[in-house]
Design a protein around this ligand. Sequence first.
Ligand SMILES: [Zn+2]
Length: 213
Amino acid sequence: MADYHPTDEFLIQFSAGKMPDALGLMIACHLEECPRCQSRSRLFEQVGGELLQQSADQPVSDTLLANVLNKLDTPSVAVDEEIPHTSQSIIPRPLQRFIQPDYAQLKWSGMTRSIKEITLPFSDKQYTAKLYKIAAGKELPEHTHCGNEFTLVMQGSFSDKAGYYRRGDFIQADSNTVHQPKASEDQDCICFAVLDDSLKMTGFFGRWLNPFL
Ligand SMILES: [Zn+2]
């Protein structure tokens, strides 16, 4: 089971159908791998009406969120079960209609010989969606993020100073994150990444403006 999950705030937005396409697809892919979040998101759907009213123009109140989370005390039987994978289900179902069924058939373009990428067709105004492939045992240069970057591990695993991430893990990085992801030695690591471009701009101008504010 995944060790890193989207926040409840995200699961609530997803359950209410209020996620931008790129991020919504990523959460749908995570849910395929994660009985814990499936169960939470089902509950959020059940209480959707109440939550929708609250979250339309303002963040969900802490009390309401706490009430909903209390209902999770009795998890469904499926919560701790591992979902079995077959060779037919290598690519998460929500992505299957956008890409070839086999990672080897995809038209990867090279950033370097050991790092390849593909821009996915559902990028929108707010988010750019990509697949990254880091060759086994290789690492990205150390970097930080101007905006938010969400990553979902789809094949293999990688690690950085903060942790070790496997298939299904949902990782959020922001401008406070400085990291150098390294793919595990056993196989190439393929990740689905969604980058917040508009926040990148805010971050860029923010750094110039902050000293004057
Ligand atoms: Zn989860």
